[in-house]
Design a protein around this ligand. Structure first.
Ligand SMILES: Cc1cc2nc3c(=O)[nH]c(=O)nc-3n(C[C@H](O)[C@H](O)[C@H](O)COP(=O)(O)OP(=O)(O)OC[C@H]3O[C@@H](n4cnc5c(N)ncnc54)[C@H](O)[C@@H]3O)c2cc1C
Length: 733
């Protein structure tokens, strides 16, 4: 059977420019200086408006534009900026001031998706890029679309890009027409794994696909309501098909496990559901109401045999099941890509949201003045308060660390998938797959949770005005919330990471460095090398400078990961020797051992990528200085949260470490205060994307608030229902 190969070309091509300009921005680097016009494209000048924001900007020791291109690949930035310009210019993508009714929200997003595809945002030539460049392009478009309107990116992701990605890895030549129909906007897909009774434990999904040799068809059936497919985006009202995951059963009654099928749901011309399916919308949600999340129940519903996605297993016309693992490297690569691309994309989107959250709250904090010393001429900007700095600056540092981590990790990961697709011999592919899986299972929770708490903190940091819809923080908080659950519940994912780490612990205690190197081609387990030596380390610092440096952060995190791994291993051994089975023992250690380990490992991995960035020789020294301080702040923030573990594990005793960490946290925030507005400028999206009256680059919060108060239709007139409540009508009763 031939796998679908269109879109995967042998020769790598650089990202092309669709508008006739130089191929890559780095061609604009002349004698170490960026060409002005190219820099303007990715980092346009900010408005010069006298006021607190511009005063803080003047205090910065570095050029925010240089930081912007140090934190993100300029070519990716350019793709995003181009897209935002297109969306801004088209009224179809305008944001309504007042939330429309639910049905209207769904219609708007569906119409936007149609326009999005018509606009040729993914030009035809992108399909001819190398796998890596194509995926990077698509991921950049996805992240940028998500910041514009998360509903639209979810609708596009599920219906088009994630689906076609999954089709490429699970399907074969015979499914090509579906690929083309989706890109031509004739079909729209949903992805149906979750059922009413089962989500995380996908193995127990109960929808069946039973092969019927006489008719050469699969009979799709939902045994009861608990087996109804649910939550699938686009399924409620708009999809024409679903990529359905069901238990494949052959005529001899053998169950071959979960397989994916392409199942028609609605007539593409009328959008009427086909007979044999009960399908509908699951109703209003906490957020993302532009998406029609739906349910579906199948009543012995037939689909052709060929609709089985048969790259890994097929059923012959006569009904024989055939496993198709002829080339394990390619299959593993396909599985890698299919499973993880969605989670990597969520991490990219969440990093965008995190940047927007702090853009709003830090700019607001710079402009907002409240309180101050008794005889001061002016009130203080709330940014001046150490508490406010401690509430917000660590999230700014996290945004920068995640930006670098997710960009560089995505590059590495896509390189590997591309090599495996090309059939390159990769002796360590199994290790790569395991490590990438563990990393993504830790960093998706880490990034989405950090973003969720940043949104909450930012909302509170903007006080009452933050609660106004026009601040944007409430909408983002509601829409972002789902990311901690979909594509794998965060708490469940973390267990997969800790299982992998603890499996490698025996190598660490045996001092088997080469086994660790083999198990961790990406290097995220290198912190376990010399674990025994590391675990003997103790805190010896005496001054704040002893903790206020990247080396302290690095070695402390390495100690923490080693100690948590050792503790998890000890606890598991203890529980198993007391007679507990593996499943129960793992469940027992989840809360206090596995989860903290997986999160510390995720933080350490993100910090390691940032550490590599700090070592880049081309970095201007003022940019390195700012990155170093952001690294230290993010690290100390985590160490401070985990202080109890440093004491419990014997790394620290007495009050010295706690005191110095506290002092260092406050000190690093203090040195970042004059820089922070410029750091925000480096990570901020354009005003039209941030969409917040509190977070605009001109800092004119009160002007924008005034507009918001005055421009809402009817808000200064008397209510249309005045007569139902007025004193006049009451007195007549
Ligand atoms: C907005 C949104 C969109 C979605 N879109 C889709 C879609 O397009 N297609 C689709 O198929 N699905 C979709 N889903 C469903 C989503 O994938 C599931 O909700 C998710 O996988 C979690 O499953 P669940 O809801 O059944 O939760 P459960 O698995 O029941 O989990 C409930 C709680 O129990 C905990 N828990 C579960 N198992 C364990 C364990 N072993 N140990 C410890 N704790 C555990 C979890 O941490 C969680 O907090 C969507 C969900 C949302 C919210």
């Amino acid at each position: 059977m031939a796998a679908i190969t269109m879109g995967i070309v042998d020769v790598r091509q650089p990202l092309a420019d669709h508008e006739g300009r130089p191929h890559r921005l780095d061609q604009g680097l002349q004698s170490g200086v960026w060409r002005h016009d190219l820099m303007q494209e990715v980092a346009p000048d900010l408005p010069v408006v006298p006021g607190p924001l511009s005063e803080y900007r003047q205090q910065a020791s570095f050029d925010w534009k240089q930081l912007r291109i140090a934190l993100e690949d300029p070519e990716i930035l350019r793709i995003k900026m181009n897209l935002w310009r297109k969306l801004e210019a088209d009224p179809v993508f305008a944001h309504p001031r007042v939330t429309p009714p639910m049905e209207e929200q769904k219609k708007r997003v569906a119409v936007q998706l149609r326009r999005f595809l018509e606009l040729n945002i993914i030009p035809q030539e992108v399909h001819n890029y190398s796998y890596k460049d194509k995926t990077k392009f698509m991921m950049a478009i996805n992240a940028a679309t998500s910041s514009w309107n998360k509903n639209l990116s979810v609708k596009f992701g599920l219906g088009v890009s994630l689906f076609t990605n999954a089709l490429l890895s699970l399907g074969t030549e015979r499914h090509l027409p579906f690929y083309d129909a989706v890109w031509d906007n004739r079909f729209l897909f949903a992805l149906g794994m979750t059922e009413v009774g089962h989500g995380s434990n996908t193995k127990q999904v109960r929808t069946t696909a039973t092969y019927d040799p006489p008719t050469q068809s699969f009979i799709i059936h939902t045994p009861d309501f608990e087996a109804a497919k649910c939550w699938a985006g686009n399924l409620g009202k708009t999809c024409t098909h679903i990529m359905l995951f069901a238990q494949l059963i052959t005529a001899d009654d053998t169950c071959h496990g979960l397989h994916a099928f392409l199942v028609p749901i609605r007539d593409p011309e009328t959008l009427s559901p086909y007979p044999g399916i009960r399908v509908g919308d699951i109703g209003e949600k906490i957020g993302l109401n532009g998406i029609d999340n739906g349910f579906a129940m199948f009543d012995n519903y037939r689909i052709p045999r060929e609709n089985l996605l048969n790259r890994t297993g097929d059923v012959t016309a006569e009904g024989e099941y055939e496993s198709c693992f002829q080339n394990p490297e390619q299959i593993l690569g396909a599985a890698l890509e299919n499973l993880l691309a969605g989670r990597v994309a969520i991490s990219q989107e969440s990093t965008h949201d995190l940047c927007t959250a702090v853009t709003i709250s830090v700019r607001y904090a710079a402009v907002r003045k409240q309180g101050g010393p008794r005889n001061a001429k002016e009130e203080l900007s709330i940014l001046e308060y150490p508490l406010h700095q401690w509430r917000l600056f660590p999230y700014v540092a996290a945004a920068c660390v995640f930006k670098v981590f997710i960009g560089d990790f995505t590059d590495q990961y896509l390189d590997l998938v591309e090599q495996s697709y090309k059939g390159a011999e990769m002796k360590d592919l199994t290790s790569v797959a395991a490590e990438v899986h563990a990393m993504v299972s830790a960093t998706k929770p880490l990034i989405t949770w950090t973003c969720a708490s940043a949104l909450q903190e930012s909302r509170e940091a903007c006080g009452g005005h933050g609660y106004l819809k026009a601040s944007q923080l409430g909408i983002m908080r509601a829409d972002h919330d789902a990311t901690v659950t979909y594509e794998g519940d965060n708490n469940v994912l973390l267990q997969q990471t800790s299982n992998w780490i603890v499996r490698n612990w025996p190598h660490a205690i045996q001092g088997n460095t080469s086994a660790i190197l083999d198990a961790s081609p990406f290097g995220t387990l290198h912190c376990l090398i010399n674990a025994e030596e590391k675990l003997k380390e103790e805190f010896t610092g005496t001054t704040v400078d002893d903790v206020l440096n990247p080396h302290f952060v690095k070695s402390s995190y390495e100690w923490l990961v080693c100690w948590l791994t050792q503790s998890l291993d000890n606890q598991l051994q203890k529980l198993k020797s007391s007679g507990l089975d593996r499943f129960t023992a793992r469940a027992q250690v989840h809360a206090f051992y596995a989860k903290p380990l997986a999160l510390a490992y995720g933080e350490n991995s993100a910090l390691s990528y940032f550490w590599e960035k700090l070592k880049t020789p081309e970095l201007p020294c003022e940019i390195r200085s700012i990155l170093e301080r952001l690294y230290v702040l993010y690290g100390l923030w985590g160490i401070q949260r985990n202080l109890a573990l440093f004491y419990k594990g014997g790394f620290a005793s007495g009050s010295k470490m706690a005191d110095l960490i506290q002092e260092a946290c406050q000190a690093v925030c203090g040195t970042l205060k004059p820089e922070i507005v410029a750091v925000i400028d480096a990570i901020a999206h354009p005003d039209s994307v941030v969409k917040s009256i509190l977070g605009r680059s001109d800092g004119k919060i009160y002007d924008h608030l005034y507009d918001a108060y005055m421009s809402q239709q009817g808000n200064t007139g008397r209510p249309t229902w005045w007569h139902e409540v007025s004193a006049k009508t009451q007195s007549k009763l």
